[in-house]
Design a protein. Structure first.
Length: 187
């Protein structure tokens, strides 16, 4: 809280409040079979023997799919024409091979339009041609938005406030660490 930080009498504040998962506005997104990737990766939700649609083919989506593919039938759905674009080519190749070897399907150029109890409805990017995919569970891995809750209060209470990590601009852990180091050095 602002009061707790004020009690420390800091020279300045580096705000690192992270990001919040993006949730698309589509019918069925609030269903009991829809989960955030964070719930899967932190172990609060365990999925086994399911047909799972992982929505989002970025780094987080691919890593979540790899985590799930050991005992589930997983399909990654990505709206772009390629997956894992932020990965180094060598790391991407290894990850995609693991996913392929585990039987994971990857659908690119597809946008999520609706979620039901046992299917998801997709639309082809560009043509809007609809299709369905069988899925008992849906895991959302669409990235994050900066969490700037409390930012105005901190900026009002302190002269020197800087945002780092996903609080400022969403990225990878490596980018957040580099940014934190760079901004601390200049601070």
């Amino acid at each position: 809280t602002v009061a707790a930080v004020k009690a420390l009498h800091p020279y300045g504040v580096m705000l690192a409040t992270g990001g919040t998962p993006i949730v698309p506005r589509v019918p069925g997104v609030d269903g009991g079979n829809v989960y955030a990737y964070t719930q899967v990766l932190d172990g609060s939700v365990r999925l086994s023997g399911k047909r799972i649609a992982v929505i989002g083919g970025g780094v987080t989506g691919l890593e979540t799919a790899e985590f799930l593919c050991a005992d589930n039938q997983v399909t990654v759905v990505e709206m772009l024409d390629d997956v894992g674009t932020a990965l180094y080519d060598s790391a991407k190749a290894v990850l995609l091979k693991r996913l392929t070897d585990a039987g994971t399907a990857i659908l690119t150029g597809q946008t999520l339009t609706a979620i039901a109890a046992d299917t998801v409805t997709l639309a082809a990017t560009g043509t809007e041609e609809a299709s369905t995919l069988d899925a008992d569970a849906v895991v959302l891995a669409l990235g994050v938005r900066p969490n700037q809750d409390g930012l105005p209060a901190f900026e009002e209470a302190f002269d020197k406030v800087t945002r780092i990590g996903d609080c400022g601009a969403c990225g990878t852990i490596a980018e957040a660490l580099r940014e934190g180091n760079d901004k601390a050095f200049v601070f």
